[in-house]
Design a protein around this ligand. Structure first.
Ligand SMILES: NC(=O)c1ccc[n+]([C@@H]2O[C@H](COP(=O)([O-])OP(=O)(O)OC[C@H]3O[C@@H](n4cnc5c(N)ncnc54)[C@H](O)[C@@H]3O)[C@@H](O)[C@H]2O)c1
Length: 414
């Protein structure tokens, strides 16, 4: 177990307060991760524990970024269980082909027998649950899958993990962690002037997606209070970055802009979200995993509140610069306002001070640096985009976006 003194050590890294924001976030975050990883490694090796982690949903957007970043920073193997729904894409993990530290397992978190067998075989020191149905629009059109994976699936996973954890020896049991990756959407919506969500904000989910994530958060909490399972929960704001499935706002705008298609924006485009570069989310999760207090929840955010329309204009401006159109017009001319999503939350804003003050984490990227990296990544990876578009995604776009957008019924968002 990591002591409070160790946490304080990380909080007092040299020059943390005196350097520029960007560098401070980087140095603290990097140091936090490597310091606690080394500490855990020594401790675990002394105790003769296996060192591996078990990730669910590691072929999705955030999960695949997490696995790649983890193995770039550590030799500790990752067992990656993913059902490979439309959002799971093994192409995200091609950089790990042939890497024996990455063990991919195709399966469902709701399959208790399979998960139990995998846990017994690999004996991980932590389980990180990224697996979910994650797209709000899909949850409005068909909530069933969201209830099944996000609630029933998380329950089944918790049961498998509880049984595994219960069978560990006392020391491995004390060191074990279950980290649940959740969203700021569980808190509901804010007015323009409301303070940002803290961890104490009450849960008021407004979509089937956020309600299903809220239910899963409650289950995780209950497994800590009832059974003592050593859990941690992170509630993060909107992510963006490489491998983001092009049904979500930023990748959809990039892909549609390049294809000369309309850029559908819901309502007046003034829905505000807090944006975080995905690699910063991954570093926050590593930090919470190694140093978070058991049973606690941590908000993760980028301090980047922006209305959707501003995001779309930022993407267009970058594309105008990096891939100018032959006729010299701006990609912004493709913006098309369409009817708003039902029950669309107006504003999310994350207060991430707890994570910063207790564990020393801050995002590395500003919005400007992160969005530039993201647009450059999509421009540099047309094969990935083509591969995604040739799959089930194409069907989804045809049925959900092509016709309704023409009728002004539906666009996309987050
Ligand atoms: N994307 C965001 O902006 C954001 C923000 C905050 C929190 N989150 C949360 O982070 C997690 C990951 O989000 P994402 O954007 O990477 O989602 P994603 O939809 O891109 O990926 C989800 C992954 O889970 C897998 N999966 C789905 N059902 C499964 C099941 N029953 N068993 C095993 N695997 C299954 C899918 O195949 C996919 O690989 C989710 O829990 C989401 O709620 C996302």
């Amino acid at each position: 177990m990591i002591s409070r003194a160790c946490k304080r050590l990380v909080l007092h890294l040299p020059d943390a307060a005196s350097t520029e924001r960007h560098e401070t976030g980087a140095s603290i975050t990097q140091s936090c991760h490597s310091f606690f990883r080394e500490l855990n490694k020594v401790g675990a090796l002394q105790k003769g524990h296996n060192m591996s982690i078990f990730v669910t949903g590691g072929a999705g957007f955030i999960g695949s970024n997490f696995v790649i970043d983890w193995l770039a920073a550590s030799d500790e193997p990752v067992v990656n269980l993913d059902k490979l729904t439309y959002a799971g894409n093994l192409q995200n993990l091609t950089s790990l082909a042939g890497d024996s530290r990455h063990i991919f397992e195709h399966g469902d978190i709701g399959d208790t027998a399979r998960v139990s067998q995998l846990l017994a075989a690999h004996r991980p020191r932590a389980v990180l649950n990224f697996a979910a149905e994650s797209h709000v629009d899909r949850s409005i059109h068909g909530p069933g899958e969201f209830i099944q994976t996000n609630i029933v699936g998380t329950f089944a996973l918790l049961e498998s993990v509880r049984a595994y954890w219960g069978g560990l020896d006392a020391s491995a049991k004390a060191d074990f962690r279950f980290l649940h990756v959740s969203t700021d959407e569980v808190y509901g919506t804010l007015s323009r002037t409301d303070p940002a969500f803290t961890e104490a904000h009450r849960y008021q989910p407004n979509s089937p997606y956020s309600a299903s994530k809220a239910a899963s958060d409650h289950l995780v909490r209950a497994y800590h209070h009832t059974y003592g399972l050593p859990v941690l929960t992170t509630n993060c704001s909107n992510n963006y970055g490489p491998y983001h499935f092009p049904e979500k706002l930023i990748p959809l705008m990039i892909v549609n802009a390049l294809a000369g298609k309309p850029l559908p924006v819901y309502g007046d485009g003034m829905q505000v979200r807090d944006w975080l570069y995905v690699k910063d989310h991954c570093s926050a999760i590593r930090c919470v995993l190694e140093a978070g207090s058991l049973g606690e929840t941590y908000n993760v955010g980028g301090w980047n509140e922006k209305p959707n329309i501003e995001i779309v204009h930022a993407v267009c401006a970058l594309l105008d610069e990096l891939r100018p159109k032959a006729d010299g017009s701006s990609y912004a001319t493709q913006i098309a306002y369409v009817k708003d999503r039902p029950g669309h939350d107006r504003r999310y804003a994350i207060d991430a001070r707890k994570l910063e003050q207790e564990l020393g984490w801050r995002p590395l990227e500003t919005f400007d640096s992160g969005i530039r990296k993201t647009v450059q990544w999509y421009l540099g990876n047309p094969d990935w985009v083509a591969q995604v578009q040739s799959g089930a995604y194409r069907q989804w776009v045809q049925t959900q976006y092509t016709e309704p957008v023409a009728k002004g019924v539906l666009a996309t968002c987050i």
